[in-house]
Design a protein around this ligand. Structure first.
Ligand SMILES: Nc1nc2c(ncn2[C@@H]2O[C@H](COP(=O)(O)OP(=O)(O)OP(=O)(O)O)[C@@H](O)[C@H]2O)c(=O)[nH]1
Length: 331
């Protein structure tokens, strides 16, 4: 049984078909482009040779997989093709799917990296990222999901810089049915977050999600602002923040990678929220982020609905990428 068949079986056994459907739908653009180009390659090359690998390399790079990641992946593929003595290009697609999962998880045990939510104590999540990437939307969706899981959630409107950011967060708070702590535009973000902590404590909340402004023009300012916010949080709650989530827009490709570099230099980013994966044909960015920056992707945006923010699962991701392979077989 091939890797993709095994994946399918595993998802069915675990009653996770809903997850695979979300990924399949959300990754349609990437699948059509990426998998389509690989199909085209396979049709043109009967035998696996150097030229085949060279073209495959181009396909992977143009899907934003990242040059370093692609090099490693191609090396792995070459070894595996030799080891299994694969001659037929048709079989190679299954090997690619397997290696993509392996390259994502790297040396780690294959394990989904969940958001770190503490039991019986207040969890503080700091959310950073530049404007327009889907930060507010993602905070709203996360709040909604945590609330559905039975958690009491409070939001702190720490983006006091962008006009309208506070109102927007309030709208999401209303939608999700959670409290939003705010001050006026232009006030000190650290002060808002301080208020948020006080409120979360007195209301016995389980999770406090803090929005922040993401001004990138000046790295020193960004660093200072984030450091100040973190100091306030650490002082009030030892061991917090429990997560620093960086929101990136997957449609921005290399820019997203550059933002990740800048933010991880400014603060300890513990996880990535990758939005708008449904809006790009270059979903390979997930692999580049993980492999080249070594920061786990914890959540992905697969659409505009509340439930479309999904925990990242590399197996489901690869399943979404190559789902047409299984349908071909079934047909
Ligand atoms: N299709 C799709 N759209 C998304 C996703 N996440 C966010 N969006 C959309 O992206 C747009 C920008 O999102 P916002 O949350 O308003 O952007 P922003 O991050 O608030 O800006 P800041 O709060 O200033 O950082 C909105 O129209 C969202 O609906 C996603 O995963 N898929």
């Amino acid at each position: 049984m091939g890797f993709m068949d095994k994946l399918k079986k595993k998802f069915i056994q675990n009653n996770q078909e809903e997850v695979t459907t979300k990924y399949k739908e959300g990754m349609e653009k990437t699948r059509k482009s990426f998998s389509g180009r690989i199909n085209d390659l396979i049709a043109r090359y009967r035998k696996i040779d150097e030229d085949f690998f060279e073209e495959l390399e181009e396909v992977l790079i143009s899907a934003d997989v990242g040059v370093m990641t692609v090099m490693d992946l191609i090396d792995e593929l070459k070894m595996e093709v030799k080891r299994q003595n694969i001659k037929d290009t048709k079989e190679v697609k299954d090997v690619i799917s397997e290696k993509l999962v392996e390259i994502y998880y790297g040396e780690d045990d294959e394990e989904i990296e969940e958001i770190n939510i503490k039991e019986n104590e207040l969890t503080v999540i700091l959310v950073v990222g530049v404007n327009g990437v889907g930060k507010t939307t993602s905070i709203g969706k996360l709040a909604h999901q945590l609330k559905n899981d039975g958690k009491k959630v409070v939001l702190a409107a720490g983006d006091t810089f962008r006009a309208g950011a506070i109102d927007q967060l309030e709208i999401w708070g209303e939608r999700a049915g959670v409290d939003v702590i705010k001050q006026h535009e232009g006030s000190d973000p650290a002060a808002v977050i301080f208020d948020g902590i006080k409120a979360a404590k007195s209301r016995e909340a389980d999770v406090l999600i803090c929005d922040t402004a993401g001004r990138l023009q000046n790295k020193v300012n960004l660093m200072n602002e984030l450091a100040k916010v973190k100091r306030v949080i650490e002082r009030e709650i030892p061991g917090a923040p429990h997560e620093v989530l960086l929101v990136l827009d997957s449609t921005t490709g290399q820019n997203a990678l550059n933002q990740a570099k800048t933010f991880s230099e400014a603060t300890d980013v513990t996880g990535i929220v990758l939005t708008k994966l449904d809006g790009t044909a270059k979903g390979g960015i997930v692999l580049a982020i993980r492999h080249e920056l070594n920061i786990p992707v914890k959540l992905v945006g697969l659409g505009e609905q509340m439930e479309d923010l999904q925990q990242f699962d590399a197996n489901a991701f690869v399943y979404g990428l190559f789902a047409d392979m299984l349908e071909e077989e079934e047909a």
